[in-house]
Design a protein around this ligand. Structure first.
Ligand code: PXG
Ligand code: PLP
Length: 446
């Protein structure tokens, strides 16, 4: 019996679902089925308790199945299950937006709500293009981004995303160009931000020279690249991007779907890295993963460009939105999540414990096949040497061995990725680190 059978699933059920970003053939040959989760642990179909080293998919920092969120969601469903968000409103969407603005870096004081990080990236870049058009500069349409960047799976995200495997199947997307990523072989095993490499940002000047600022709407980057395996920017790099964008009148967008809401040891990567963009996108941790919700934060200068050019007063200034934008149940989950982050001081906790995590994860240096370790806040990535000419094989094998040993570790490309639960205990950190070491050793005994 495999886990699907033990979970009561039929082969037809297993076959019916085309799983996202999954090796469906491999998965269905030996399914890994999660049936419950609580705190820092997942429960699988065998009833095993599995330590969650990625907080779901970077989503559940406050721990799984929080009763406060469940209660808020249940109450909301009974009171107002849904309200049309186009031309009508409900209180929670406004209250949540104000609260996010209160937490935002100075100057970012307007919020759009979406259902996911992909929609947030689409929304942010659509607003950037429309903003320039509203401002009489309609030729500013190109979106610049960065190699190894991840901005979701919709047409926007795959057009300006920089992970090769996510692009190759789809053909032509939007007009974009990509900066180089900031991973450098000289900087391997850097703790936190690499000392050197700020000058990599100067490549933006070359791309601007090539395309001309009059054709560029925005630059979108993750403060640190998450999906690519936690690639942390060199000291001074983001400051330099900010200066160049300001100099050339190009909007700077930080995609904070992973770095936002605590993961960086601050509410925003912008705060942790000391650089304020023009637009921030967020998702994931905003509801602790319990209900889909994302959004975009921007300043009133952008908002006002639409309000003052919107035509007749009853006309729609931004013809954009989703059926579920600002869904009351998602807003209720977000309010409960922000309550928890504040009352349990979880972001302060991440900042306090990040140095402990840094030293523990870097203690893996020297283990066979580990060729780089990177970290920031409660995030880390480990690069493993290619096996049999395939860079993706070893991370997959190691992560599955970790799963067998009771620790959920995310693999992607040539990396293992960690996004610790904010309430992780020291012995649980130790267990993650020792399980990775033992798994590598077990697969390939010296
Ligand atoms: N931007 C960033 C920076 C992200 O990390 C998205 C946008 C898209 O969000 P949605 O909600 O549409 O998936 C993401 C999502 C991983 C992993 O293992 C990362 C994401 C999703 C799934 C897995 O690193 N990031
Ligand atoms: N497709 C059709 C036919 C629709 O009517 C709608 C929304 O009304 C959509 C797609 C978009 O759905 P959503 O607003 O949930 O993104």
């Amino acid at each position: 019996m495999n886990q699907a059978e033990r979970a009561g699933l039929t082969q037809r059920q297993l076959d019916s679902y085309w799983m996202p970003y999954t090796g469906n053939r491999e998965f269905k040959s030996d399914p890994r089925i999660i049936t419950a989760a609580s705190g820092n642990y997942l429960t699988d179909a065998d009833g095993r308790q599995i330590l969650d080293s990625l907080s779901g998919l970077w989503t559940c920092g406050a721990g799984h199945s929080r009763p406060e969120i469940a209660e808020a969601v249940f109450k909301q469903l009974n009171k107002l299950d849904y309200a049309p968000g186009f031309q009508f409103g409900h209180p929670l969407a406004f209250q949540l937006s104000e609260r996010i603005c209160d937490l935002a870096p100075e100057g970012l004081n307007r919020v759009c709500l979406t259902n996911s990080g992909s929609e947030a990236a689409d929304t942010a870049t659509k607003i950037a293009r429309a903003y320039w058009r509203q401002s009489g500069q309609a030729s500013k349409t190109k979106i610049l981004a960065r190699q190894k960047g991840y901005h979701g799976a919709s047409w926007g995200g795959i057009s300006f995303g920089g992970i090769p495997a996510n692009r190759k199947l789809w053909g032509q997307g939007l007009e974009t160009d990509l900066l180089n990523h900031t991973w450098r072989s000289e900087s391997v095993f850097s703790k936190g931000m690499p000392e050197h490499g700020a000058e990599l940002a100067d490549e933006l000047e070359s791309l601007i020279a090539l395309h001309d600022a009059s054709n560029i709407a925005a630059v979108i980057v993750e403060p640190f690249s998450g999906s690519a395996g936690v690639i942390v920017p060199p000291k001074g790099y983001l400051q330099r991007l900010r200066e160049i964008c300001t100099k050339h009148n190009i909007l700077l967008i930080f995609d904070e779907v992973i770095t936002g809401l605590g993961r960086s040891g601050a509410y925003w990567g912008a705060e942790a890295f000391g650089v304020t963009p023009d637009i921030i996108t967020f998702a994931k941790q905003i509801t602790n993963g319990a209900v889909p919700l994302g959004g975009v934060l921007l300043g009133e200068e952008i908002y006002d460009a639409f309000m003052t050019k919107g035509g007749a007063p009853h006309s729609v200034e931004l013809p954009h939105g989703f059926t579920y934008s600002g869904h009351p149940v998602a807003c209720a989950a977000a309010m409960a999540t922000l309550d928890i982050l504040e009352s349990e001081q979880l972001i302060e906790r991440v900042a306090d414990k990040a140095p402990e995590f840094e030293s523990k994860i870097h203690s893996l240096r020297g283990i066979n096949h580990i060729v780089d370790i990177r970290n920031f806040g409660f995030a880390a990535g480990i690069t493993l040497a290619a096996k049999a000419g395939d860079p993706t094989l070893r991370p997959y094998e190691v992560a599955l061995e970790c799963w067998r040993r009771g620790v959920y570790v995310r693999w992607g490309g040539d990396t293992l990725q960690f996004g610790l639960p904010f309430k992780i205990e020291s012995d649980e950190m130790d267990r993650i680190v020792s399980t990775v070491a033992e798994s590598i050793e077990a697969l390939d005994p010296a």
